[in-house]
Design a binder for this molecule. Sequence first.
Ligand SMILES: *Cc1c(COP(=O)(O)O)cnc(C)c1O
Length: 447
Amino acid sequence: MDHFSYRDGRLHCEEVDLIDLARLAGTPTYVYSRATLTHHYTRLAEAFAAARPTICFSVKSCPNLGVLRTLAALGSGMDVVSGGELCRALLAGVPGERIVYAGVGKTDAEIIEALDAGVGTFNIESEMEFQVIAALAAERGATARAALRVNPDVDPATHKYTTTGTAETKFGVDLSRAREFFRRFAGHRHLRLTGLHLHIGSPVASPEPYVRALEKTAATVDDLARDGHVIDTLDVGGGFGADYRTGQSILASDYAARIVPRLAPMVERGIRIILEPGRFITANAGVLLASVQYVKQSTAKKFLVCDAGMHTLIRPALYGAFHFVWPASCAPQHVPPRRDERPDLPGLEPCDVVGPICESSDFLAQDRPLPPVARGDVLAVFGAGAYGMSMASRYNSHPLPAEVLVDGPRASVVRRRETYDDLLAHEREPRALTIGNPAADRRDTPP
Ligand SMILES: *Cc1c(COP(=O)(O)O)cnc(C)c1O
């Protein structure tokens, strides 16, 4: 479900005409719908209401402050995986205690920032990490809470690169080692280990992998309770799917119908439930607008060469991910009834939608039947709100795109398009590092 629709053959985001917007803001531009963000957050909160979850939005899916503020205003907490994301969550006005901090590679500096911010829970990925955070907390006289990220060894049936809860991934600690972990570390005075955390992967198109992971985890919660440990938090992670194709994703209520009954016994025992949705909230809340630079017919194929590519949206290149691509303006007979690989419409021609990057993996869509498109036409790449801008790069020295947040009839630039000055802003004349004087090394102007 989203608030992008064609009116008289022109794509709108809420009340805003996206052809007009592309003309004003230029391309490539990411456009987010505030109503869609709100809708998805609210649906999820309602569906899981019986488990009284704390929803911690996964910042990495779409970290723009305008998006974070929208969700923070709805009461959302945040799931962060770096000091930079923590900085964004705090700037968006989210209180420290509603922030959970995950990630296998937290640095000392990031941990100290999180301790100073009073982060609600550190999700711990290894024995060594527990010891490091506990020592840093003790040094500072701080007390923090921790949840052990367990790896339930459940296959979420998704892409290998976004599978995180099977035995061979780098994430978490094997469920079978949880008791030993608690035996060693629960009871630490400065880092109170009272929770378990799961994140099995994403997108997970069915509730069943969660059910299996929760069954295994519930058994461990029981074991830990028998061992005398207090478990007060269970973080179920993220990974709920999005509608990359019309009707592809199941509803929040479908996930909840299977998952909430598994959580209920724990909720009754006073365990707080945390959810970490990312793409479920943001993916369908964003489109990427790109302009066709060239229409190129080769012997084998027709290419639409755009000003957006793998540097703007890397998911097709990285995961072979599907994004529905369609002209933002089209004839009445070409308004797509569904967002699908092969819409059944007259007069379409298969095209590869590619970018300007010097790589053969630089495509947004391949072999897609599309209506006639001319140089200068605007294409919309749907389902681009999650892991779009957040994974964009400046490869080939392309400045990063603009981001626009739409609210009803209003469109606001929430990140301006980068300039060449932005591209070069951090570069300096070569000079020797002043070893032993880090302040001088970090100084902006050469001495
Ligand atoms: C990436 C991630 C999420 C969010 O995943 P989505 O597919 O966007 O829902 C949640 N929790 C953790 C620990 C993650 O790494």
